[in-house]
Design a protein around this ligand. Structure first.
Ligand SMILES: Cc1ncc(COP(=O)(O)O)c(C=O)c1O
Length: 285
């Protein structure tokens, strides 16, 4: 028998509604000016993973963008758990978006709108992990790197170029110093097994934070400057994000990293990250 698609619900205008009825008015500053922030976390077995970290970052993004979150932390948590309860998804991603609100002159911010949506999530398959990905670089740095704004225009604009060049993603760099991907953080493993991720001009990824901590248990781990030349010299490279966990990077532009295969440090960190997520779930049960 064919499984029916679950009916999904969203939170908008202070109520939980079927997703197909969740609309935002055209006067919202998100539409008019691309003004808004958001955050995104994983939910497994009814439990949001590392929720406190994501909530901290959500409030920080709002503060940096001069947006007021019209809800206390407890209220946000209540909404999150209500949505989890009605959506009943096995593995999902929850997105909470705070927009500039319905501005009468299309510019001045007013009372923000809070929207939460939850969608099924498919994590990268073993085949992709075994193979690793090729990436290209692009000259760009995000303007307010610690804010998770809704503006992904540069990344989206580059999708065609990424595909045409046979790559899976694009790493931003400026003056030879690399920072991050549109939606992921970047790491290299040096020849002496030191694990490094860019210190500046990046979003402070929650996966980045967890991976730095895990790497520190078995290797030297630090934040610092990574240049394109450091990548050429690197033994391994990988990206991190909530949806991808850790994905090995085996080629950057024309440069093959190490032996062109996912490295042992990268794969051991992925194992450790999955264990950390499982431990989190066990604590929350
Ligand atoms: C610009 C940027 N960098 C890095 C990340 C990865 O962060 P996290 O590990 O918290 O998902 C994201 C997440 O979407 C992002 O938008």
């Amino acid at each position: 028998m064919q499984a029916t698609k679950p009916q999904l619900f969203a939170y908008i205008h202070k109520e939980i509604l079927p997703l197909q009825h969740a609309f935002l008015h055209v006067s919202d500053l998100a539409i008019q000016r691309g003004y808004g922030v958001f955050d995104f976390f994983k939910v497994q077995q009814g439990q949001p993973l590392f929720l406190n970290d994501y909530l901290d970052r959500f409030y920080e993004s709002a503060r940096l963008m001069e947006l007021q979150v019209p809800f206390s932390r407890e209220e946000l948590v209540n909404i999150i758990f209500k949505l989890i309860e009605v959506n009943k998804l096995e593995v999902s991603g929850m997105k909470m978006i705070l927009t500039g609100g319905y501005s009468s002159n299309g510019y001045d911010p007013v009372e923000p709108n809070l929207i939460m949506i939850q969608q099924p999530l498919v994590l990268p398959g073993q085949e992709l992990i075994d193979k690793g990905i090729r990436i290209i670089t692009h000259n760009y740095v995000r303007e307010i790197p610690h804010a998770k704004t809704i503006n992904y225009s540069i990344g989206i604009r580059l999708i065609n170029q990424i595909r045409q060049r046979g790559a899976a993603d694009v790493l931003y760099q400026l003056g030879g110093v690399v920072t991050e991907f549109p939606r992921c953080n970047f790491f290299i493993v040096k020849q002496d097994d030191t694990v490094v991720t860019p210190a500046d001009n990046v979003l402070l990824g929650i996966t980045r934070k967890n991976v730095l901590k895990l790497a520190g248990r078995n290797y030297k781990a630090k934040t610092g400057t990574i240049t394109l030349d450091d990548i050429v010299q690197a033994k391994e490279a990988f990206l991190t994000s909530t949806t991808k966990r850790i994905l090995p990077v085996v080629q950057v532009n024309e440069t093959v990293i190490g032996n062109g295969k996912p490295g042992s440090v990268t794969l051991s960190l992925l194992k450790d990250l999955i264990t950390l997520e499982e431990e989190q779930l066990a604590v929350e049960q």
